[in-house]
Design a protein around this ligand. Structure first.
Ligand code: HEC
Length: 115
């Protein structure tokens, strides 16, 4: 693992810990808490290219609101698409973000309810 990647992961963790204590009304709702965590992961790792409003196209990446877990796992981890899936763009310029595999259920939860 490169030092750069390690630093990036530490930064992500710090952000996750920093936001975990926020009063976001999700304490009694595990699904909301998962989505809240997913929002942090998404805004930290994806919004350089995708819009902060996931239903809108971003500067580089297309809209991703409502993305299935299958699509997220294929695209984010393996830079592929599920069988038969018609990509919104075929620029093939998104790098795989393998280290985020564990966070995909949270990102998925966020993208299901995101604006
Ligand atoms: C460096 C820019 C960049 C980053 C960072 C990035 N993406 Fe992407 N993403 C793209 C681009 C560009 C596409 C269009 C296909 C391509 O070029 O690979 C895309 C496509 C996708 C798609 C497929 C959309 C569709 O329906 O065709 C999903 C899902 C996706 N990204 C999710 C994510 C998630 C989640 C993250 C953060 C964990 C992320 N992306 C980070 C640039 C990025």
């Amino acid at each position: 693992m490169t030092a750069k990647r390690t630093g990036f992961m530490v930064m992500t963790l710090v952000l996750l810990v920093a936001t975990a204590g926020c009063d976001n009304g999700a304490a009694d709702d595990p699904a909301a808490a998962l989505a809240q965590r997913g929002r942090v992961v998404f805004e930290t790792n994806c919004t350089a290219c995708h819009s902060r409003t996931p239903s809108q196209p971003g500067p580089v990446g297309p809209a991703v609101a409502g993305a299935s877990l299958e699509l997220l796992a294929a695209k984010v981890v393996r830079n592929e698409y599920p069988p038969g899936y018609e990509p919104k763009r075929n620029t093939n310029s998104m790098p795989p973000l393998v280290h985020l595999e564990k966070e995909l259920p949270a990102v998925h939860a966020y993208l299901q309810r995101a604006p």
